[in-house]
Design a protein around this ligand. Structure first.
Ligand SMILES: [Zn+2]
Ligand SMILES: [Zn+2]
Length: 265
């Protein structure tokens, strides 16, 4: 299993999960032309995606979806609730249900409900026979189901959206601060650190995701999570950038590497 991050945060979210036979895009929050170019750069041409999964309807997850469907004829996979607000027209679709496995090619998807202010949002367990990835951004609370998903994953992508102090001292209007910090908003660094501190067993690769540009700082997010693990940190830990870099993780080597987006062209 290989996982690519094309972007993570309010500017747009998109991940690609690839096995030998299957290439699934998780969210299409970047511009369609950017997504097309990034997909091509890693060898996924037009009409070669197996599916596009949409975790929820917020703009930073669907911005390029309609445009991308001009070049990809695969089904859009989402919940009934999300499908109802996406207005996908005649696009092919597949619906998933919370906590029911769906097999697409040689990849299995397990949507886990997340508390977030969208219609029927979910995070994901993505599994092959050998490897598992947990992908959870856009959630205000870490539930027991999310902890179970994290505990099983070789690669963990978990939201660390904001530092509480930066958020409350920052310039956002009060209603927006309350929304972000609410149990159906976004995870703080402390919440992410607390959830990850539950991990036991073998070392994992952990990518902190969906960081706020205004209310967080990558060094602060890393330091907050590292402090929970103590020293030395048993896991390979990093922060995903908003854009401009492609992160690539490969289960076979359990390594990841970064490539500047401009290098991909
Ligand atoms: Zn988002
Ligand atoms: Zn959202």
């Amino acid at each position: 299993m290989e996982v690519f991050c094309f972007g993570s945060g309010s500017e747009g979210n998109a991940f690609l999960v690839r096995t030998q036979r299957t290439s699934i895009l998780i969210d299409a929050g970047l511009a369609a032309t950017t997504l097309r170019r990034l997909l091509r750069s890693i060898g996924v041409g037009d009409h070669e995606l197996t599916a596009i999964v949409v975790t929820h309807e917020h703009h930073d997850h669907v911005r390029g979806l309609a445009g991308l469907l001009r070049w990809q004829s695969c089904p859009v996979v989402t919940t009934v609730g999300t499908d109802a607000v996406l207005r996908l027209g005649s696009a092919r679709r597949l619906t998933v249900r919370y906590q029911h496995w769906l097999e697409i090619g040689d990849l299995a998807l397990y949507p886990v409900p997340v508390p977030h202010d969208a219609r029927e949002p979910f995070g994901l367990r993505l599994a092959t026979c050998h490897a598992e990835t947990a992908l959870f951004t856009d959630l205000g609370t870490v539930t027991d189901e999310v902890l179970v998903a994290l505990s099983r994953a070789n690669l963990i992508v978990l939201e660390a959206n904001h530092d509480r102090d930066l958020l409350w001292r920052g310039p956002y209007p009060d209603w927006l601060k309350r929304r972000i910090a609410s149990p159906a908003g976004h995870l703080s660094n402390d919440q992410a650190a607390y959830a990850l501190a539950h991990l036991s067993g073998s070392p994992r690769t952990i990518w902190l995701a969906h960081l706020s540009q205004q209310n967080n700082d990558p060094r602060l997010a890393l330091a907050t999570v590292r402090a929970r693990f103590g020293s030395p940190c048993p896991h390979q830990l990093d922060v995903l950038p908003q854009a401009g870099m492609v992160y690539r993780w490969n289960f076979a080597s359990s390594q990841y590497r970064l490539t500047r987006d401009s290098d991909q062209e």
